[in-house]
Design a binder for this molecule. Structure first.
Ligand code: FES
Length: 289
C-alpha cells in the first residue's frame, strides 16, 4: 500500500468513525423503550406541580384553614378508603435509561469520538510513514530501461560520454571501460554489468556528493563530475580526483532482469575509498567550475 492509498483509506476510516460517533449520540433509544422523557418533560411537570400547590394554598387561605386530604367513604361498606394521592403532587423519579442522553453525555461522547478518530488517524499516518515501500522510488529496485538502449544513449557518436540521469534512482548511468578486476571495484560485487566482447560495461553512480550531500552534475567538457558546492571533482567512473570529498562517488548494486533491463538497487549503496590509480583519465577538457 503506497502513501497515497494509505492516506485515502485513513480519511475514509476517520469519516466512518465520525459518522459512528454522531449516530451513537443521536440515536438515543429504541421505539419500544416507552415514553420519552427528557429535561423538557421534567420542567413541565414541575411547573404543573407548582401551579397546583399554589392553587391549593389559595383555596385554603380563602377557606381560612389548612387543606385536608380528601376522604373517600365507600358507598357499600361505609369504610374509609385510602386517600387517593394527586399524581401531579408526587415526586417523579426518572432513571438514567428513561432519561436517555443528556447534553453532558452528548458532549462527552462527542469528545471521546473526536479523540478516538484523531488517534486512529494518527496511527494510520504513522503506519503509512513506517510502512516499507514495496515498489518504486528511492530505496527500492528501480528499472533504468534496456541496457543496450542505455549504452547507445550514453556513448555519443564522437566517442564522448554523456551520462544519463535516472531521477527515480538519483543515479547517473555511465559506461565502464576497462578491466573491473584491476579497478577499485575489484572487490565490490555487482557494481558493473560487464559488456559482451568489446562492449563497455554499465554502472549506476549515486549523484549525491559524498562530502556534504550536494547533487553532483556531470561536466561534459571535462568528461567527469564536478560538485558546485565545495569543488570536489570525480572522473566518469566517479573516482575521486580532488576536493574535500572523503571517497569516490557511491555506486549502486546493479542487475539485469529477464527483459535485459538494468535494475538499480537503490537500497544497496556501495562506498569505495579513493582509488590510487584511476581507471579513466580526467580531465579530458576544460572544467565546468
Ligand atoms: S558537497 Fe560536494 S564538495 Fe562538498
Amino acid at each position: 500500500m503506497d502513501a497515497q492509498t494509505t492516506f485515502i483509506v485513513g480519511i475514509a476510516l476517520v469519516a466512518v468513525l465520525l459518522v459512528a460517533a454522531v449516530l451513537s449520540v443521536a440515536v438515543k433509544r429504541g421505539p419500544d423503550a416507552g415514553p420519552v422523557r427528557g429535561s423538557f418533560d421534567r420542567r413541565a411537570a414541575r411547573a404543573d406541580r407548582a401551579a397546583r400547590r399554589a392553587a391549593a394554598r389559595g383555596a385554603a387561605a380563602a377557606a381560612g384553614d389548612q387543606p385536608e386530604p380528601a376522604v373517600v367513604v365507600h358507598a357499600d361498606t361505609q369504610e374509609e378508603a385510602v386517600p387517593i394521592a394527586d399524581p401531579l403532587m408526587e415526586r417523579e423519579t426518572i432513571s438514567a435509561e428513561e432519561y436517555g442522553v443528556n447534553r453532558r453525555m452528548f458532549f462527552n461522547r462527542a469528545i471521546l469520538g473526536f479523540f478516538g478518530a484523531s488517534l486512529g488517524f494518527f496511527g494510520l499516518a504513522s503506519l503509512a510513514f513506517l510502512w516499507p515501500k514495496l515498489k518504486g522510488g528511492f530505496g527500492t529496485p528501480v528499472s533504468a530501461g534496456n541496457i543496450d538502449d542505455l549504452r547507445a544513449e550514453v556513448i555519443q557518436s564522437d566517442g564522448t560520454i554523456k551520462p544519463k540521469p535516472i531521477p527515480a534512482a538519483q543515479a547517473w548511468i555511465v559506461p565502464f571501460r576497462g578491466d573491473v578486476s584491476k579497478s577499485i571495484l575489484a572487490d565490490v560485487a555487482d557494481t558493473v554489468i560487464v559488456g559482451v566482447g568489446a562492449e563497455p560495461g554499465i554502472m549506476a553512480i549515486w549523484h549525491r556528493c559524498p562530502h556534504l550531500g550536494c547533487r553532483v552534475p556531470e561536466c561534459l567538457p571535462s568528461q567527469g563530475f564536478e560538485c558546485p558546492c565545495h569543488g570536489s571533482k570525480y572522473n566518469l567512473h566517479g573516482e575521486y580526483i580532488e576536493g574535500p570529498a572523503p571517497r569516490n562517488m557511491d555506486r549502486f548494486r546493479v542487475t539485469l532482469d529477464a527483459e535485459n533491463n538494468l535494475i538499480i538497487d537503490t537500497g544497496t549503496i556501495i562506498e569505495t575509498s579513493r582509488a590510487p590509480v584511476k581507471s579513466v583519465p580526467y580531465p579530458q577538457g576544460p572544467s565546468c567550475l
